[in-house]
Design a protein around this ligand. Sequence first.
Ligand SMILES: [Zn+2]
Length: 194
Amino acid sequence: MELEEKITANLGKRIVILDTSAFIAGFDPFSINEEQYSVPAVEGEVAGNSMAWLRFKTAVESGKLKVKMPENIFLEKAKASATIVGDAFLLSETDFQVLALALQFKIQGCSPLVATDDYSIQNVAKHLGIEFASLATFGIKRFLKWMRYCPACRRKYPADYKFRICQICGTELKRKTSRKNYKQKSGNNNGEVK
Ligand SMILES: [Zn+2]
């Protein structure tokens, strides 16, 4: 299909894109009717959490959820945008895949909506003109608490803290969720995502 025809066919089609936080917080793809997508890196992260993994796999096997890798050009655009916003250092490869996939659908004429509670993803989505919705929108009541912290002096900062370095010692901040059972395939089990 030519891109132009594809855009016409897709025009305004709502597509919900799910990040890791959605599955960890308990989102069930069967709870909404919209077409849903996620990315390979989310699949990798969700695999460390048995309940989330079960929901994810069941949805994929039934065709309710599709896993799609965005094209490189959109990954590059998402990264460039994050750099402008100043949040690039807080985003992981997973986050960039989520944003890039949303951008790809948008270029194809769809109306993507990123479901995430992650402030940095929301910031970059805003900059890219991509809609986002917090998980509460989907009836999720079990919130993940995001925070930033200094890996050197351990000082804690709010999730939406505007500066990238620790005000005490100048070390670059990291972020994590406070849910203890948030595990990643990489072996990191304290909820750290970057
Ligand atoms: Zn510090």
